[in-house]
Design a protein around this ligand. Structure first.
Ligand SMILES: [Zn+2]
Length: 126
């Protein structure tokens, strides 16, 4: 994967400016005590992750879009496996999948949101 691409930063959870510093303190997505913790600044280039107060509220819109996409995918997969399933099963399965993917969704949405407003800077990557 191209280390200068935004996709690298998003998928590897690296700083959007230098692509070297970690954006989250823990690499374990399902450690419920630490999965959401982020350093204030990048350990490599000193980029401030929360650009302004309330910055992360925008990530909620990304999170909403991801949840809708995951829910549609879950619905389609469930429909292909069990086409005669009752509507309540769809609701239960989609809810469980959304709950299970919540930590991944949280981190992924913040990474996408950060990468919208910050770009890779080769000078800061040195
Ligand atoms: Zn950085």
């Amino acid at each position: 994967m191209n280390k200068e691409s935004k996709m690298y930063s998003i998928l590897k959870e690296k700083c959007p400016v230098c692509h070297k510093g970690n954006a989250f303190i823990s690499t374990k997505k399902y450690d419920l005590k630490t999965f959401h913790k982020m350093p204030i600044r990048c350990e490599h280039c000193n980029h401030k992750f929360e650009i302004e107060g309330g910055f992360w509220q925008g990530a909620m819109y990304v999170s909403y879009g991801l949840t809708v996409a995951f829910s549609i995918a879950t619905f389609v997969i469930t429909y292909l496996i069990y086409p005669e399933t009752d509507a309540w099963y769809y609701i239960i399965i989609i809810s469980l999948v959304s709950l299970f993917l919540a930590p991944v969704n949280y981190r992924f949405s913040r990474m996408i949101w950060m990468n919208i407003f910050s770009s890779y800077n080769p000078e800061k990557a040195k």
